[in-house]
Design a protein around this ligand. Structure first.
Ligand SMILES: NC(=O)c1ccc[n+]([C@@H]2O[C@H](COP(=O)([O-])OP(=O)(O)OC[C@H]3O[C@@H](n4cnc5c(N)ncnc54)[C@H](OP(=O)(O)O)[C@@H]3O)[C@@H](O)[C@H]2O)c1
Length: 260
């Protein structure tokens, strides 16, 4: 099956690094035009150039902190004016925040919900009207397997992700009549900057390669995933090939999650 995304425009939050970058690259190579957002302009600029060099896509880079409703509105206006309708939205920007329940402050809870839940709500609300008009759209919410199977000391992230799973289901039902498909990806462990940061905090006494190998041993497939494998799943869900799939939270995790 050849996946073609010609003529589509995709907005990927957190598209400058890691999984977001891999999805933007994959979509662009499948023929879509891509708009990427993140907070750091220099990193965004580098990724924009790399995607342009590796594809024929039109690529736009937009500085936007998705925790800020005003910045979201301004970013949406710029992307819409540059790209027209946003056909595909990937709510990906995020980070790992977890701790002992009694030590998680209100501020940390609020920040996590702003980043992982309200950003998806606010951006979806802005892109849906045009998707409705054209009766075609895709929203993919990047979550984590903790949305289905949380651990101890997994707050606030597991709770924010579970809410994201419910948001996915609600939107999938509400917008199915408009041929707007809304799905989620429940992410396992993938080698990105997120793990670079974890390595620096948790295991500075071993090499990064050893750290990644050790972490991968707990995954049924025996290794951490690479971002391109993740992007393959997203590319399928964003394409016409997935035309009868909506309201699904797909585990992309090498078999880790105990819940299907
Ligand atoms: N990698 C994993 O193992 C894993 C596991 C479970 C879930 N996830 C989820 O998958 C998503 C991508 O993770 P990743 O591993 O690719 O992380 P990453 O390599 O750290 O990349 C995160 C991206 O999001 C952007 N970002 C972070 N906060 C932002 C904000 N407030 N506003 C706008 N952009 C923001 C970052 O750019 P700036 O810093 O420049 O803003 C960067 O482009 C996240 O939602 C993460 O929680 C990842």
């Amino acid at each position: 099956m050849q996946i073609q995304m010609d003529g589509r425009s995709a907005l990927i939050t957190g598209g400058s690094r890691g999984l977001g970058r891999a999805m933007a690259m994959k979509f662009a190579q499948a023929g879509a035009n891509v708009a990427i957002t993140a907070r750091r302009a220099d990193v965004l600029g580098e990724t924009k150039s790399e995607i342009e060099a590796a594809s024929d896509a039109k690529v736009g880079a937009y500085v936007c902190d998705v925790c800020d409703a005003g910045q979201i509105a301004a970013m949406h206006e710029s992307v819409s004016s540059d790209f027209g309708t946003i056909d595909i939205l990937v709510n990906n920007a995020g980070s790992a925040v977890r701790g002992k329940f009694e030590e998680v402050s209100d501020e940390t809870w609020r920040d996590d919900l702003d980043l992982k839940l309200f950003a998806a709500i606010r951006i979806s609300r802005l892109v849906l009207p045009k998707m409705k008009e054209q009766r075609w759209g895709r929203i993919i919410n990047v979550l984590n397997t903790a949305a289905k199977a949380p651990h101890a000391e997994n707050a606030p992230t597991a709770i924010s992700r579970a809410a994201g799973m419910s948001l996915t289901k609600v939107l999938s039902k509400e917008y199915a009549p408009y041929n707007i498909l809304v799905n989620a990806l429940c992410t396992g462990i993938f080698v990105t900057d997120l793990w670079d940061r974890a390595y620096n905090n948790q295991a500075p006494d071993m090499s990064f390669e050893q750290f990644i190998e050790e972490r991968g041993k707990g995954v049924p497939l025996g290794r951490m995933g690479n971002p391109e494998e993740y992007a393959n799943a997203a590319c399928f869900l964003a394409s016409d090939a997935a035309s009868y799939i909506t309201g699904v939270a797909l585990n992309v995790d090498g078999g880790t999650c105990p819940i299907v």
